[in-house]
Design a protein around this ligand. Structure first.
Ligand SMILES: Nc1ncnc2c1ncn2[C@@H]1O[C@H](COP(=O)(O)OP(=O)(O)O)[C@@H](O)[C@H]1O
Ligand SMILES: [Mg+2]
Length: 278
């Protein structure tokens, strides 16, 4: 059964007076961002979304999250139209959106406080999720005392502690160094394999998109629609050295092939487009 159904989603931003922008050489105060996105995600599926920078990926996640209203079209979660943030949807951003005045444990507990989980259960659950991410011993540290990778682990632990049915992740590892990123990808998969949450994960790294996904959704340049969906038929659990196999390489070529023209369209510059290739 499908967990998420996005149907003919359109989003045009109406800018306020004096905020007009140049588009195709003309001044306009309407910015079309999504131009008819259709996508379904199965229960427990891990879908990654790639597309040129500025194509509307974050806007799409915001609409699925119920944070932004679409101009037309619908998003359904378990058959119910999303009109506001769904209690069973959690969101992880690129920036570690942690409260600086709360410890790691306090940050994870926060997600449970707002759900009125009793104090004792809250503490146990928060510890459980921090443990899952190897953060035992770091419970009492404040975000400023943690590395970027650890902060993002806390942010994901916090998102998962509310037992979300849908986890939306917007370039959550983009600010991390390459090694930390690879490690976090493996950790996320390991945990996802045990809890089975449905995940929609935006990235601009082709490798990350392949390594994580059951299916990769390639978006067009803005205004965005779905250009191609590429099923990733690689075995799970996925070992780190999967990235060095011929099969993985074949996916790299295939995703880049689908993405290349869109990146060119979006940036009009081949040298910038080639920056996407790694
Ligand atoms: N609130 C807003 N008002 C006007 N334009 C917006 C707003 N939010 C996003 N946009 C525009 O929508 C486009 C897509 O943005 P975004 O979804 O952030 O792209 P990305 O694919 O990089 O995540 C961009 O051109 C951005 O300027
Ligand atoms: Mg974005």
């Amino acid at each position: 059964m499908e967990r998420i159904a996005v149907r003919h989603l359109r989003k045009t931003f109406q800018l306020k007076a004096g905020q007009s922008v140049l588009s195709d050489g003309r001044r306009t105060d309407r910015v079309p961002v999504l131009s008819g996105v259709d996508l379904t995600v199965r229960r427990g599926e891990f879908v990654t979304l790639v597309g040129p920078s500025g194509s509307g990926k974050s806007v799409l996640l915001d609409v699925i999250a119920g944070l932004t209203e679409p101009t037309s079209g619908t998003t359904e979660i378990d058959g119910q139209t999303v009109t506001r943030p769904h209690p069973k949807t959690a969101y992880v951003f690129q920036q570690y959106a942690l409260f600086p005045w709360r410890t790691a444990l306090g940050n994870v507990e926060y997600a449970l406080e707002v759900r009125n989980v009793p104090a004792r259960e809250r503490r146990e659950k928060a510890r459980y999720f921090l443990d899952l991410f190897g953060l035992r011993g770091f419970e009492d540290r404040f975000p400023s005392q943690l590395s970027g990778g650890m902060q993002q682990r806390v942010a994901i632990a916090r998102a998962l502690s509310g037992d979300p049915e849908v986890l939306l992740m917007d370039e959550p590892f983009a600010a991390l160094d390459a090694q930390t990123r690879d490690i976090l990808q493996s950790e996320l998969l390991r945990i996802w394999e045990t809890i089975g949450t449905t995940v929609v994960f935006v990235t601009h790294s082709i490798d990350e998109a392949i390594f994580l996904a059951d299916r990769i959704v390639v978006m067009t340049a803005r205004p965005a629609s779905v250009k191609e969906i590429i099923p990733v038929d690689l075995p799970r659990p996925r070992p780190n050295d999967l990235r060095n196999t011929p099969d993985f390489n074949a996916y790299r070529a295939r995703v880049w092939e689908a993405l290349r023209d869109e990146v060119r369209k979006a940036q009009g510059d081949w040298s910038l487009a080639s920056a996407y290739a790694h």
